[in-house]
Design a protein around this ligand. Structure first.
Ligand SMILES: [Mn+2]
Length: 365
């Protein structure tokens, strides 16, 4: 007993000194706690993300390191599903304080019963399981395709549900970054809402906007600044604002089909389909973190980076890794346009559109 208390004390003091020094965590021996990999006593607030396969886990690893670099004082948690391999889980455990499996089939769980009647909500309900992390008082959810540029621990001063407006429909919030309070009651109510109303966009964003439908009108303090969830494409839609505020951005969100890990990299530099200074800074930062913090722990030859762990649909596999990811096939490009996800700096850049018009009108190739 006394020995236990002593060991705990040593552990606590060691962790505090370790945190104070801001050291890399990878060097610390991990231990198992109740089947959960964890290294430290958890804080009562946490950043939470989710990975459903190994490619999103690469995003999560970079996100985790970006949070360590800005020296957050909160715990880092990742929810993983069966699609994440054991190797990847142990890598995740070197950055995250808690790697929590979710989405197991359990006939007692109402979420699983809901999936039986509404299979399209499967992944959505997986994300909602973040509300079950009731060991934490408050959490901030970050999509695995976000990247933290500056410390944003002040987000924990906000209440549920705080989020930034969605660039496509600003009366809705974007569910890539949100502040929430874990609670079994809220989780059950969300599942009930999913079952009864579904989601108007088929994903978690549509469902959460239904559930927290007074977000737009009730309390302005629940509106997070766009600086906490800046769509990495947005600088193109309102360039003067980006020039004015862009260097204050705290969290970048790589929306759209092309994720950072899908780009090619050559000698440490991202190969882009089109020149674009601002966007490329964020993309390059993502790759700088990947190359310095993630890749050294992967068994991937450097020229095969990002390829091996990716699990893309067959029809896209061949195209996304070409030098010019003119990539996405016509059907998915049309879908992306209809969803407002226009690849302004890639295949849909003005120069390409002009060339197409020229070729149609003047026959110029
Ligand atoms: Mn996202």
């Amino acid at each position: 007993m006394l020995l236990n208390i002593g060991l705990n004390l040593v552990d606590t003091v060691f962790c505090s000194v370790w945190r104070f020094l801001g050291c890399q965590r990878n060097d610390v021996t991990s231990f198992q706690r109740d089947g959960i990999e964890a290294k430290y006593a958890l804080a009562d607030e946490a950043f939470v993300t989710l990975a459903t396969d190994d490619s999103y886990s690469l995003g999560a690893l970079v996100l985790g390191h970006s949070l360590r670099i800005v020296q957050t004082s909160r715990s880092l948690v990742i929810l993983v599903t069966a699609g994440v391999t054991a190797d990847m889980r142990s890598q995740l455990a070197s950055v995250f304080d808690l790697v929590q499996e979710v989405g197991e089939i359990n006939s007692q769980d109402e979420a699983n019963l809901t999936i039986l009647t509404r299979p399209e909500l499967g992944v959505t309900l997986t994300k909602l399981q973040c509300w079950k992390l009731i060991q934490f008082q408050k959490c901030v959810f970050l999509d695995a395709d976000t990247l933290v540029l500056r410390n944003c621990d002040e987000l924990f001063n906000r209440e549920e549900l705080s989020a930034a407006p969605d660039i496509g429909w600003p009366d809705c919030f974007n569910s890539g970054v949100f502040v929430f309070k874990p609670s079994d009651e809220t989780y059950k109510a969300l599942v009930k809402c999913a079952k009864e109303k579904g989601s108007f966009d088929g994903g978690d964003q549509g469902l959460l906007n239904l559930f927290f439908q007074d977000w737009a009108t009730k309390d302005i303090s629940r509106h997070l600044s766009f600086l906490y969830n800046m769509n990495s494409n947005a600088c193109y839609t309102y360039l003067p604002a980006f020039k004015r505020f862009g260097n204050e951005v705290k969290i970048v969100h790589f929306l759209g089909e092309m994720k950072p890990w899908m780009y090619k990299v050559s000698e440490g530099k991202v190969v882009k389909p089109h020149q674009s200074q601002y966007y490329s800074d964020h993309l390059q930062y993502w790759w700088d973190l990947f190359l310095s913090h993630v890749q050294p722990h992967q068994d991937i030859p450097s020229n095969d980076l990002g390829k091996i762990k990716l699990e893309l649909p067959e029809e896209r596999k061949s195209s996304v890794f070409q030098d010019h990811p003119m990539a996405l096939n016509l059907h998915s490009r049309q879908e992306a346009w209809e969803k407002g996800q226009i690849d302004y700096m890639g295949v849909d850049c003005f120069e390409n559109i002009r060339q197409k018009l020229d070729s149609k009108i003047y026959g110029i190739k």
